[in-house]
Unconditional design. Structure first.
Length: 335
């Protein structure tokens, strides 16, 4: 078996000034990383992680299944963590990472940390393969929150596991046996927090024969629903054939601007509101009812500043008013 069409697309969304997502679409290796951290640290974290796993496509470099994927993610973690330690401006940065490695026997090794996701689209059905390492997913698993409550929870972007925060990271790994026609989707939470699974499935179905169109349509759906976060989608299909004969319809990824939604001016929320904490930390914070307030304060807007023109106009008005008063007083005195 071989990889047929594949495509990677990313978009900043409509609320964020920066795109802190990164992806790899380099058969047989695919990945999505969603970075977080102050200033440019989120971008640094996700791009470092994406670069770290690009070890070349030689059979030796990518030999091994789940263990190899776990090693790649551990190496990515070490690099992000080392940078966070060395560079004060990058301190506390982190990134999610979801990796898929295709093998010619049709097995796909998946490795995963954070709240980006891997999905399998088979026979018109979409199945979520990964489990989110997020506070709300954790609370849902414990039965303390319903899935519906999780979707609107103020702390829904808090993740409980990330690359970069510790010298070692706990990586989820598993293997999926693909069949011809299977389609895999790796994506950041900027897609899944905006677009429900049924819609994702329908969009993929509609664009099944053109994965480039599918990726762009998914991004458009997320932006039409608000585009609150950076959106990344990596899609690849499993086809019949020998991976070595590359007669494959490789997909172009040049953005054609005409059907791109123009992002709204970025809000004052410069930093992503994603953060990494332990579940216990956030629960005690929630209990103290301070966490939500902190988020609100963070989102506080800057005072709007009057333009120079408006200020001059105001000054002129005051001068005219003062002149008028003086004139009236002088007239009154003269009488
Ligand atoms: Mn995100």
């Amino acid at each position: 078996m071989k990889v047929g069409q594949r495509v990677g697309e990313t978009n900043p969304g409509r609320k964020r000034r920066r795109n802190e997502d990164a992806y790899v679409c380099d058969p047989p290796l695919f990945a999505v990383a969603d970075g977080m951290g102050g200033a440019r640290a989120g971008e640094v974290a996700s791009s470092l992680a994406a670069e770290a796993i690009k070890v070349g496509d030689s059979p030796e470099a990518l030999a091994g299944g789940e263990e190899r994927v776990a090693e790649l993610i551990q190496e990515a973690n070490r690099r992000v963590h080392q940078r966070a330690v060395d560079d004060e401006s990058a301190s506390g940065m982190g990134t999610t990472m979801t990796v898929a490695l295709f093998h010619p026997d049709g097995s796909i090794s998946i490795g995963h940390v954070g709240d980006s996701r891997a999905y399998l689209h088979r026979d018109g059905r979409l199945e979520q393969l990964t489990e989110d390492h997020s506070l709300v997913a954790e609370l849902v698993r414990r039965g303390e929150l319903s899935p519906e409550e999780a979707e609107v929870h103020p702390q829904r972007s808090v993740i409980t596991r990330a690359l970069g925060t510790d010298p070692d990271v706990d990586v989820d790994t598993f293997t999926v046996q693909a069949v011809e026609g299977d389609l895999f989707l790796l994506c950041s939470d900027g897609l899944t927090s905006m677009v429900d699974a049924d819609t994702i499935s329908a969009v993929v179905d509609r664009n099944r024969h053109d994965l480039y169109a599918a990726a762009r349509a998914l991004i458009r759906e997320a932006n039409e629903r608000g585009g609150d976060d950076n959106i990344t989608a990596v899609l690849f299909e499993v086809a019949d054939g020998d991976p070595d004969d590359e007669t494959v319809e490789a997909v172009l990824t040049q953005p054609d601007e005409e059907d791109t939604l123009h992002p709204e001016p970025a809000s004052e929320l410069t930093d992503g509101d994603t953060s990494i904490v332990s579940v216990e930390e956030i629960r005690s914070a929630l209990a103290a009812e301070s966490a939500v307030d902190a988020v609100d304060a963070e989102a506080g807007e800057e005072e709007p500043h009057a333009s120079v023109g408006q200020r001059i106009l105001a000054a002129l008005l005051i001068v005219a008013l003062v002149a008028l008063i003086v004139l009236l007083v002088v007239k009154g005195l003269a009488r």
